[in-house]
Structures are given as structure tokens and as C-alpha cells.
Design a protein around this ligand. Structure first.
Ligand code: DC
Length: 240
């Protein structure tokens, strides 16, 4: 059975991760949260007070970082590990969100993370979400989705997520953080967030998670079916 890569890009808080996770589950694929990788690097840089303007210090720090994803059988979720420590909760906190776009602008950081992401995708059968997955990491992905949503809706969703984790953040702070990150993510010099020409647009402002997930799954299943049908036809040896 041929497998594909599903690449999902879009703004923060559009429901990319939730959609990607559910799509991966349904297809029995591996979900990879590329944003978590940039968040893990940011957490390491914050903890070790790495000066972002020193290429030498950044390179040294990157050489000390090992990022992995492991499935937690108790929570039934994949968790991000930084040098053997689960940091899944900590990387979602505002302290990391506030700095992650600055860190992910750095050339050496992007180079290291993109190499890791491409390595994770060599066997296909993955769903990866981020900012440059369709445009840069997997420009030949079989299915590319670009997600967007109204900023107030995005902020409300992010606020609810943070509250569920015990962090009560005013909506104005969240809007400010999202706007700042959108600006940095779309205007940075290296692989800025933009819609790939062949990506399918998905506005999640007024649809449910179930609807957006069902839409992506249907698209993916059609592509997988088509690929496997072509494979069967190509594999058939001519009768005469
Ligand atoms: O998806 P997220 O909000 O967890 O991502 C956190 C930050 O990481 C985001 O503001 C920009 C950066 N990022 C990136 O530059 N490239 C990616 N492929 C994924 C995330």
C-alpha cells in the first residue's frame, strides 16, 4: 500500500495540530508537530540563556539538543522530548510562545530542524504541520493544505487551551502574541509562512474540528486510492 505525505501549513491557532493529529490517527500515519521542535529549541535557549545574536553560541547549543517524539501509552498522545525529558506541557506556555518566532527566524535553527523533519518523512506515511512544510520541507508532498481563520476565533481557541492547562491569559495578550508571531512568521527572510501555489485553502473560522478533519481525510483518501490504483495498473504485466 503506497503512503503519502500530508503537509499542513497555516497561522498559529487555526487548528492545524488538532486536524493533523486526527487525520494521522484515521490514516494510521505518524503525526509530526514541527512547531513543537521550534518550541523545544526555544525552551533550551531560554533555560541556557543562549544569546540569539551569537551564531557560535546558537550552533553550540544546537549541537547539544536532541529532540524526539514518543508515544505516551497513559495519555494516548505523542509527547515531545528534549534530551530525554518530556517537555510537552512546558513548550505550550506563554514564556515559550513569546520567544519562539524570534528563535525560529535563525538560519542555523531552521537548517537543523528542516533536516530533522525531512529525515522523519523519508518513509512517508506522515502528517506534518507547521509554517513551511508545503513550501520548503516537503515541496513534493502529495497533499498540501493551507489553514487560516479569523484572529479573534484563533485567540479564543488558544485562550481555552491555555486555561485547560491552568494558565489564565487575557484575550488581549493572546491577540497581541498571535499578531506578533504572524508578522514575524510571514516576514522573515528564510522560508516565511505563505501558501504554496498548489496548496488547498481551508478556512476554519466557521467550521467544526470534525468538519475540517473530515475534509482533509477525504482529500487524502482520494489521493491514496488514486496512487494505489495507478500502482496496480502499472504493476500488471501486459497479456500480449
Ligand atoms: O505551530 P506552533 O504555533 O506551535 O509553532 C510555533 C512557532 O514555530 C511559530 O510561531 C513559528 C515556528 N515554526 C516555524 O517557523 N516553522 C514551522 N514549520 C513550524 C513552526
Amino acid at each position: 500500500m503506497k503512503k503519502i505525505i500530508v503537509a499542513i501549513d497555516g497561522y498559529s491557532g487555526c487548528g492545524k495540530s488538532t486536524t493533523a493529529k486526527l487525520v494521522a490517527e484515521k490514516l494510521n500515519y505518524v503525526y509530526i508537530d514541527s512547531g513543537a521542535m521550534y518550541r523545544a529549541v526555544t525552551l533550551f535557549f531560554l533555560r541556557h540563556e543562549v544569546p540569539l545574536d551569537s551564531t557560535e553560541a546558537v550552533k553550540k547549543a544546537l549541537s547539544l539538543i536532541d529532540i524526539r517524539f514518543e508515544y505516551n501509552p497513559y495519555t494516548h498522545k505523542s509527547e515531545t522530548y528534549l534530551n530525554g525529558e518530556s517537555i510537552e506541557e512546558e513548550i505550550r506556555m506563554m514564556a515559550v510562545s513569546d520567544r519562539v518566532s524570534e528563535v525560529s527566524k535563525i538560519h542555523e535553527v531552521r537548517e537543523a530542524m528542516v533536516a530533522l523533519q525531512q529525515k522523519l518523512g523519508t518513509q512517508k506515511g506522515i502528517v506534518m504541520d507547521g509554517r513551511d512544510i508545503c513550501t520548503h520541507v516537503f515541496p513534493h508532498a502529495e497533499l498540501k493544505i493551507f489553514m487560516e481563520a479569523d484572529i479573534y476565533i484563533r485567540a479564543e481557541r488558544r485562550q481555552a487551551e491555555l486555561l485547560a492547562k491552568g494558565e489564565d491569559v487575557p484575550i488581549s495578550d493572546i491577540i497581541h502574541n498571535l499578531q506578533k508571531r504572524d508578522h514575524i512568521d510571514t516576514s522573515r527572510a528564510e522560508s516565511p509562512l505563505r501558501k504554496a501555489e498548489d496548496a488547498i485553502e481551508l478556512d476554519s473560522s466557521n467550521i467544526t474540528i470534525e468538519e475540517q478533519t473530515a475534509y482533509v481525510i477525504e482529500l487524502a483518501q482520494k489521493i491514496i486510492q488514486h496512487l494505489n490504483l495507478s500502482k496496480v495498473l502499472n504493476d500488471k504485466t501486459p497479456v500480449c
